[in-house]
Design a protein around this ligand. Structure first.
Ligand code: FAD
Length: 412
């Protein structure tokens, strides 16, 4: 099994998403030995059907501590549209879905759209990912070593395990138990899928804003989001991929609606799109018959509480530690801070001589506090923006997209 760096402290990273890969880069930079495992195979890792863009803002300050300078230099390669300047936007415009009128701009620190896939591909450069390794469970043995067991029957051992395996984390289950690890459903559902339009419509969508624009429909509070996801050729708008996201509170859906079939979802999507102002109306109506739209439920880790990290041997990072609803654009930003903080914690052990137990406990305490705060503020954002009556009391009005502070818990 491939490893990098020193052998005295060996870290097992589960999941090669952005949090796992940034952790790997940071450990490599710090010369701390690790192995990173990913359940997808080399081919499905590149072809997975679910890809989306993310707004990177305050979290970008945590990248340079982990990435080598040559990858920091090339960071623009992860942008949804690398031809855009990083300071092209100051915030996210929110419009009235029925009239198109601008309601407000959700303020953020240098927001730009990054592609989840491009970011993974950049972050994995120089990292030897072990693909096709699906972790089933993890535990700490009597020898004090942490052991992970894979679906293929193989095992791996190390000194510390960090679960970067996303919202449905198996590592979280191994640490807190299946029941306590469960996600809590939010009564909000969403369609989230990539789409290419013809050149005229693609250009028209970006006239309003080059990166993103969103709207809330006053009649039922549905959100309709359009953002740029990939620009292979800036001069050919027909090659651009957009992210389309519609989300709504479940009880606003008429009882006759059938969301269990692709036909029913497309019919519902088009019916709602027809009620919108431009450019959302044209964008929604342009989606071709036969398009298979996935349906997702909003979830978060409502049972989150202090976990037993087995004397610092097992911990969590990114969505595995704080899966949240996406409407405040915070999951990735927090995941990047987690990765950077985790590497700093292990440096305190490897170089500073701190005990593993103390370093990981300090890391865990901060992640849990920051994560539970953001999960609750993001939940409030999700519930409040999908209702015209509460929209202007939502966290986006008071704190924009900025990182939440403790005092925001009551104010936001
Ligand atoms: C629609 C939507 C929009 C969003 N927009 C934003 C935004 O604008 N801004 C923002 O900050 N965040 C946003 N987010 C959140 C963001 O996408 C996540 O917070 C971020 O991708 C989390 O990264 P991660 O590395 O923790 O998890 P993931 O990216 O999910 O990576 C987990 C990895 O672990 C692997 N894995 C899973 N299980 C196992 C296993 N058992 N064994 C081995 N490997 C495993 C997976 O295959 C995957 O590669 C959005 C999310 C959604 C759904």
């Amino acid at each position: 099994m491939a490893t990098d760096g020193k052998k005295d402290l060996h870290v097992l990273i589960v999941g090669a998403g952005t949090s796992g890969l940034l952790t790997a880069q940071g450990l490599k930079k710090a010369s701390i030995s690790f192995t990173i495992f990913e359940s997808e195979t080399t081919s499905t890792y590149q072809t997975r059907p679910r890809e989306w863009g993310m707004t990177l803002h305050w979290g970008s300050t945590h990248i340079a501590s982990c990435l080598p300078p040559e990858l920091v230099e090339r960071f623009h390669e992860a942008y949804a549209d690398p031809s855009q300047a990083p300071d092209a936007a100051t915030g996210l415009p929110i419009r009235n879905g029925k009239t198109g009128e601008l309601i407000m701009e959700m303020k953020a620190e240098k927001p730009y759209r990054v592609s989840r896939k491009k970011m993974r591909n950049l972050f994995k450069e120089g990292i030897d990912v072990q693909y096709g390794k699906q972790v089933e469970r993890a535990s700490v043995g009597e020898d004090g070593k942490v052991k992970v067991e894979f679906e293929d029957g193989s095992t791996a051992t190390g000194d510390v395990l960090v679960g970067c395996d996303g919202a449905k984390s198996r590592v979280r289950e191994s640490i807190v138990g299946t029941e306590a690890a469960k996600l809590t459903d939010v009564p909000v559902s969403m369609f989230n899928f990539p789409y290419k339009f013809d050149a005229e419509l693609a250009s028209r969508i970006r006239q309003q804003n080059h990166l993103f624009t969103t709207s809330i429909h006053p009649d039922h509070g549905t959100m309709f989001w359009l953002s740029i996801q990939d620009v292979p050729d800036p001069s050919k708008p027909e090659t651009w991929t957009f992210q389309i996201l519609q989300s709504w509170i479940d009880d606003t859906v008429p009882p006759s609606t059938d969301l269990s079939t692709f036909e029913g979802r497309l019919a519902f999507f088009k019916k709602r799109s027809a009620e919108w102002a431009e450019p959302w109306r044209s964008a929604g109506l342009a989606v071709k018959e036969g398009t298979q739209i996935p349906l997702d439920k909003g979830t978060y880790w409502g049972r989150a509480s202090k976990w037993d990290n087995r004397a610092g041997r097992m911990t969590l990072c990114g969505d595995a530690a704080h899966p949240m609803t996406p409407h405040r654009g915070q999951g990735l930003n927090n995941a990047l801070q987690d990765a950077s903080n985790f590497v700093s914690a292990l440096l305190k052990v490897q170089i500073g001589g701190q005990s593993l137990q103390q370093a990981v406990q300090e890391y865990d305490d901060e992640v849990l506090e920051r994560g539970t705060l953001e999960m609750s503020i993001s939940l409030k954002q999700t519930l409040f923006i999908h209702n015209w009556e509460t929209l202007m009391q939502s966290p986006m009005v008071k704190i924009g997209m900025h990182q939440a502070k403790k005092e925001d818990a009551s104010e936001a």
